[in-house]
Design a protein around this ligand. Structure first.
Ligand SMILES: O=C(O)CCC(=O)C(=O)O
Ligand SMILES: [Fe+2]
Length: 338
């Protein structure tokens, strides 16, 4: 039953270049984002062994002594390590403030060279990754996975264009060098007797255009269907679960859903998750897409860039961690006018 609720998109025919595949998948994607907000992809071409390697890298990262993790503490670029209960979900479509989230996470972005102009100029969200010093192979595995996820994400973008009644290449320029974040999260076991509101990750919507989530052997994720019921997300083998966040919703003038979801880990095991969040290129200005705007449905949002959006949105969600990080890097932040 659950598998029926979340559509499964088979990418095989598209990857094989079959005529009509793009149009068919575009229609399926349209249904997914107007009815559910989540879909699975199968036959995506990402090796299962790589996914397993990244889960193992996440486990190894969090198994390090706390000092090693704190050496790369979460900063004003939204990169680095966020300690257990370091975030509180405040800003979400459900309008509730929750207790701090029972997880710890490390956030990685595109690897930029030291002499990249944005790095040299200290542009916010465009810093270099910091890497653990005593974790051989971690960096290589993370970089390979981010490359694979970027390629998968970019291959899905034309489906969004077709789903919105646009030419397949309509988003190409916007995603020439997409911003992205790989989050490696550790959810410790939660006591089955803990209060209702004690979340691994409280109900939230993502900020992203597209979130690609590798299937988890340890359950815990549930998704709020449009009828208000919570569905424990099934995890069909060999698939990724994809959803859209506020950027997708905003860009489509609220046509596409950003569906709330939440995590609680009462599995009796440690749980790790490796969501990959993809957004448009850094400087791209997102103006509500033309096919989502008409006389009955005027634009609801001002044009906005990634950094303008993130600055406002994430301040609300990562309040404490960010305030601290900003204090430490005050000069840099003010120079950017953030
Ligand atoms: O842990 C999961 O399965 C999902 C995590 C999630 O929703 C997020 O990091 O935004
Ligand atoms: Fe999420």
């Amino acid at each position: 039953m659950a598998a029926v609720a979340i559509p499964v998109l088979d990418l095989g025919p598209l990857r094989a270049g079959e005529p009509g595949a793009l149009e068919r998948l575009g229609a399926e994607l349209r249904r997914a984002f107007t009815e559910v907000g989540f879909y699975f992809v199968r036959n995506h071409g990402v090796p299962e062994a790589l996914v397993e390697e990244v889960f193992e890298a996440a486990r190894r990262f969090h198994a390090q002594p706390l000092e090693a993790k704190l050496a790369m503490r979460f900063n004003e670029h939204n990169m680095g390590y966020m300690p257990m209960r370091g975030s509180t979900t405040r800003m979400n479509s459900l309008g509730t403030i929750y207790k701090p989230n029972a997880n710890e996470a490390v956030f990685l972005k595109r690897e930029l060279p030291a002499d990249h102009p944005d790095v040299v100029n200290g542009v916010r969200f465009r810093a270099r990754n910091r890497w653990p010093e005593n974790l051989p192979g971690f960096r290589e595995t993370a970089l390979r996975y981010m490359d694979a996820m970027e390629a998968l994400g970019k291959s899905l973008v034309p489906l969004y264009a077709v789903a919105l009644g646009l030419p397949p290449d309509w988003f190409d320029e916007a995603f020439r060098e997409p911003m992205y974040t790989l989050r490696m999260t550790h959810y410790p076991q939660q006591d089955p007797a803990t209060a209702e509101e004690e979340w691994g990750l409280a109900p939230h919507v993502d900020t992203s255009f597209m979130t690609i989530l590798a299937q988890n052997r340890v359950p815990g994720l549930s998704v709020r269907l449009p009828d208000g019921t919570w569905l424990d997300a099934p995890a069909p083998e060999g698939t990724f679960l994809v959803n859209g966040g506020m950027l997708l919703r905003r860009w489509t003038n609220d046509r596409f859903l950003a569906t709330p979801h939440r995590v609680v880990n009462r599995s009796g095991r440690e749980r790790y998750a490796i969501p990959f969040f993809m957004d448009c290129s850094f400087g791209h200005v997102m103006t509500p897409v033309p096919t989502c705007v008409d006389a009955d449905n005027p634009p609801r949002y001002e044009p906005i860039t990634y950094s303008e959006f993130m600055t406002t949105y994430q301040r609300a969600n990562y309040g404490e961690a960010l305030a601290e990080a900003e204090k430490a890097g005050r000069q840099k932040v003010e120079l950017q006018g953030a």
